[in-house]
Design a protein around this ligand. Structure first.
Ligand SMILES: [Zn+2]
Length: 276
């Protein structure tokens, strides 16, 4: 399907990547990490291929053409509607994360990729585990509805623990809402590409992340619904080797490809060219 790619014509990242906090040694192979070296390889270990987790700001820099990002609805914020206090007050958690410079578990906006306009939404695992909240669902659904109306392709990057328990059933309702919005993309025949990164679990995996036209997983990413520890406790069963890895999901037909991060942007540029 992708025999005639133009990888040499598309940069592996849109703009300079922000620095991220890294351990001193790679958890995959143990080598000492060098920030500049990792940044030029999209935070993939050059020795063993370990893919480090990225926040939304890095993903935006990686995918969007330099200077093209226009964020939408960043002023739509989460509030504690259920007086949630366990293990700590939800409102305090949200305010602390905002002070740390994070803005919700999903950020969305428009940009170009290799000169072509796209809608882009990225989960941020650093914000309450990348959980699907009322605000996250609203940002996702609004972007998809506008993409469907304008015919602009939609790209999602997921890293999520599932629905946000601090918002209870109101968070669970977002699964249905975002899936209805995905349906609008499909009805309008607007391309939808999903990139599943480590980890993508729960309601996010069970709703929008695995129902794109093409589902692309990062090597080694953990992808599933319920985590293996809980499944083991409930079933007393031995789980197969590699259970819930990206490679396991590829072998079982849940994702369409497992692709190294350094090849992602050229592939997306090629897909946008194919689907225009
Ligand atoms: Zn390594």
């Amino acid at each position: 399907m992708i025999a005639e790619t133009h990888h040499d014509e598309v940069a592996i990242q849109g703009g300079p990547l922000p620095e991220i906090l890294l351990p001193t040694n790679c958890p995959g192979c143990g080598i000492a990490l060098v920030m500049d070296n990792l940044r030029t390889h999209n935070y993939v270990c050059t020795e063993c291929g370990h893919h480090f987790r990225l926040g939304a700001d890095v993903w935006i820099s990686l995918i969007a053409d330099n200077g093209s990002w226009q964020e939408r609805w960043s002023d739509v914020r989460s509030h504690d509607l259920l007086d949630w206090t366990v293990p700590k007050p939800y409102q305090e958690t949200v305010e602390r994360l905002l002070e740390d410079g994070l803005n919700e578990a999903v950020r969305t906006g428009t940009c170009t990729l290799s000169g072509r306009p796209i809608w882009l939404a990225t989960f941020d695992f650093g914000f309450v585990g990348g959980t699907l909240s009322i605000v996250a669902g609203e940002r996702l659904a609004r972007g998809m509805e506008q993409a469907a109306a304008s015919g602009i392709p939609y790209i999602l990057v997921s890293a999520s623990g599932g629905a946000r328990m601090q918002e209870g059933v109101l968070a669970l309702m977002q699964l249905a809402k975002v899936n209805a919005a995905v349906g609008r993309l499909h009805s309008a025949r607007v391309p939808y590409f999903s990139i599943l990164t480590d980890p993508t679990f729960g309601g996010t995996a069970a709703s929008l992340a695995l129902v794109a036209d093409i589902n692309i997983a990062e090597p080694g990413a953990a992808i599933g619904f319920t985590g293996p520890r809980v499944i083991k406790q409930a079933t007393y069963a031995d789980l197969p080797p590699g259970f819930q890895s990206a490679e396991f999901q590829l072998a079982h037909g849940q994702v369409d490809m497992v692709l190294p991060r350094t090849e992602l942007r050229p592939l997306l540029a090629h897909l946008l060219e194919m689907y225009r």
